[in-house]
Ligand binder design. Structure first.
Ligand code: BES
Ligand code: MN
Ligand code: ZN
Length: 554
């Protein structure tokens, strides 16, 4: 028996007008996922996807654990090393299905896509050595991570095609999760491009011996929820800042909440002023598009825990009066990626009916340098009463995040996680594919662990006490930046946020580099918005949803 599930409502759409009115949503979902155990070789798909490992400089077709649909790949395996295809990670080659020799009549697919797959862990495994190798495993590139990336790469390469069957190792649950999640997340294509948006791959068929099991349905549901949330986050990040203002973002959040049965609370500028959110108001006051703070909540019956997620939602960061140089600006349309990610995470929690209450806080503002903009040396009073001297208006993220954190902990959550494109220093320290995670050590390390399991790269970073003095000023409780030193910038920002979380277990995720891909696509990651952090947050939420309420939380 085959199961067919539709990707959720926020998948990319084949023919959607790019001029979608504010607050409306893509109406038609396209990427469909099917699991099949069927050994019928006449799979009704356009392309068969196979994987090859790169071993001793040659591509070796992976057949262990693959439901091969009764096809004989011997001729292909023999021919592969002569094609120039290496089998390295992110390498792909498309070959006509006639390479299957006499079996060709049995296949409707007219081509095969072979996708490369490497990584020390996988290579060692292929040689019969122990799996997993230190740093790579911790960065999410263990066997499953590499498989996820290969499946993602294949799905991405197949944009515009109707259907593909993934004949990748998927006979154990970790492999199956990796293949389904990689393929669906990789199948994204931005629908808003003018002219000519690309259609994502329409149908993903995954061949697995587990197809009819309960675990496989759970994996399937998880992959669909993750892909839907990722598409939502990427769409929001890719949207240009003239079309995505704090207000239109708020309308999108409302539409998501209505669709998924989530609770929503919207604080506009007047309410923010009235309720003492000096950080958000100060950052937003230089823009004609006023700021908002939005809470979107998933509230299950008898939640095991209550988790607050805070996302930085600067729809455009010009730097304000501490203006950024021109070359640094275009990427700043992505400075709302944290808010997009927490909106995606709460949507996924609802779709999967997780057993935790999730409060997602979107701290939305535009940072602009107009006549009434905040000045370097202004002093603002934050939600919790802390006064902050704004020494650099470009350190705006910590101001909006601090206000939202202070508000979130008033509800006494079991833990709070914030996610933000917070510092250029994150990119200097870790590059553009590895995020930093700081905070209360047990929660910080839990995030890093969840990331590794989810195939993402989050590296734990310290919050050294000696850097705390960078935030001291004679004029206020804190200053937002030390303009004379950039040393440890990511950590200083983390120390600033720490002032606002009280004694609630807290993790701070700095995704400045990974949130937006200006370079080439790789694995399941397209150019533009990436959805970085979503898989990690979802892993953490579902983990904690399974934990009985009586268990200690810290
Ligand atoms: N949004 C930026 C951080 C950023 C930089 C994200 C590059 C993605 C790519 C943030 O608001 C910022 O400008 N941070 C300043 C802080 C500094 C003034 C203390 C930075 O990192 O330079
Ligand atoms: Mn900034
Ligand atoms: Zn910013």
């Amino acid at each position: 028996m085959e199961t067919t599930r539709k990707h959720g409502s926020y998948g990319t759409v084949r023919a959607q007008s790019p001029r979608t009115a504010a607050g409306t949503l893509p109406s038609e979902a396209v990427t469909i996922l099917e699991l099949t155990t069927s050994c019928d070789p006449r799979l009704n798909v356009d392309v068969l996807v196979l994987a090859a490992a790169h071993i001793d400089q040659t591509p070796v077709l992976l057949t262990d654990g693959v439901v091969n649909q009764g096809l004989d790949f011997t001729a292909l395996a023999t021919a592969l090393p002569t094609t120039g295809f290496t089998g390295e990670l992110d390498a792909v080659i498309r070959v006509p299905s006639s390479v299957l020799g006499s079996d060709v009549r049995a296949v409707r697919a007219d081509s095969l896509l072979i996708v490369g797959k490497i990584g020390r862990a996988v290579q060692q495994e292929c040689r019969g050595l122990a799996a997993g190798s230190g740093d790579e495993t911790a960065l999410g590139a263990d066997r499953a991570g590499v498989l996820r990336r290969a499946a993602g790469c294949a799905a991405r390469e197949l944009a515009g095609m109707d259907s593909a069957a993934f004949l990748l190792p998927a006979d154990d649950l970790d492999d199956l999760r990796a293949v389904t999640e990689g393929a669906l997340v990789g199948a994204y294509a931005w629908s808003g491009r003018v002219p000519a948006p690309t259609a994502p791959l329409g149908r993903v068929v995954v061949a697995t011996a587990l197809a009819d099991s309960v675990e496989a349905s759970a994996a399937e549901a998880r992959a669909i929820a993750l892909a839907e949330a990722t598409a939502l986050a990427r769409d929001l990040v890719n949207e240009p800042p003239n079309r995505l203002t704090p207000q239109t973002f708020t309308q999108r959040a409302r539409a998501v909440a209505d669709d998924a049965g989530l609770d929503i609370e919207i604080l506009d500028e007047a309410l923010l002023r009235e309720q003492g959110f000096g950080g958000i108001v100060g950052v937003g006051q230089g823009s004609v598009h006023p700021p908002f703070l939005v809470r979107v909540s998933w509230v299950p019956d008898n939640p095991a825990q209550r988790i607050a997620l805070i996302g930085k939602g600067i729809t455009f960061d010009s730097g304000g009066l501490s203006l950024k140089p021109p070359a640094s600006m275009p990427e700043m349309k992505s400075d709302m990626a944290g808010a997009a990610t927490v909106l995606g995470a709460v949507l996924a929690a609802a779709r999967l009916e997780l057993g935790v209450r999730v409060d997602a806080w979107l701290a939305l503002a535009e940072n602009m340098p107009t006549a009434d903009a905040q000045r370097p040396s202004d002093i603002v009073t934050m939600r919790d009463g802390t006064t902050v001297e704004v020494t650099n208006t470009d350190a705006e993220g910590r101001l909006v995040m601090a206000d939202a954190l202070a508000r979130a902990i008033e509800d006494k959550p079991d833990c709070v996680l914030d996610i933000a494109t917070l510092t250029g220093a994150q990119i200097i320290a870790l590059g553009d594919r590895v995020s930093g995670v700081m905070g209360t050590p047990p929660l910080r390390d839990e995030v890093a662990r969840c990331a590794a399991e989810a195939g993402e790269a989050f590296w734990p970073m310290p919050l050294p006490e000696h850097l705390r003095s960078a935030l001291e000023t004679p004029f206020a409780g804190l200053r937002n930046a030390d303009i004379s030193s950039r040393a440890g910038g990511m950590l200083v920002a983390g120390l600033f946020l720490r002032e606002f979380v009280g004694d609630v277990p807290w993790a701070h995720l700095d995704i400045a580099g990974p949130a937006y891909n200006e370079k080439s696509p790789w694995g399941a990651t397209p150019v533009g918005g990436t959805g970085a952090g979503l898989a990690t947050l979802l892993a953490l939420l579902s983990d904690r949803g399974r934990r009985p309420p009586s268990e200690p939380l810290r």
